[in-house]
Design a protein around this ligand. Sequence first.
Ligand SMILES: [Ca+2]
Length: 193
Amino acid sequence: MKKLLVIAILLAVAVPASALTTLDFEGLPTTYNYWSGHQSIGNYYPCVTLGPDAVILTVPDYNSYGYPPHSGSSVFRPYASGYVDFTFDGTVNYFEGWFTYGGGSQLYMEGYDAADNLIASASMGDNLTTSSRMSISAAGIKRVRIHDSTAYWTGDDIAFEPCGNQVIPEPTSIMLGALGLGSIVGIRRFRKS
Ligand SMILES: [Ca+2]
């Protein structure tokens, strides 16, 4: 029985982590552009809401040399608030993105749980004309805020766990582990008979 338990645990652990969902900010309608419609990205993407005033900048918009895209020709930034919140329908345990900052202090990435407690954070200094990766990891991130004290920053290629993993990640592993255990028991019974 101990051997079976070990196999079941191995099966549960061996369930591969799904690929991350990436938002590259390419191909959005021009109504979301900083200069044309400046409508907030809001619920444009599934599973996550961007607010309060996240908009798109596309090369060769103003300053795109200093704030280059990490992918394609578009990045996101706040329109006037100075910050962008990513609020998930469920929660995630990992969040990353590529950022360019020119505000002269620090750009912050902060993760909050469902009760609005700060549970993870990262920061970076100036890096104009290039982009740098920032990431945070913590169990149960409900909202991520990107901000500095001004609004001299852009972001691109935001990546997080896919929608299917957001709400309750554990039962899938437990069920697969149980299925593995069940089939092993089944094979043993079959061999006995
Ligand atoms: Ca992009």
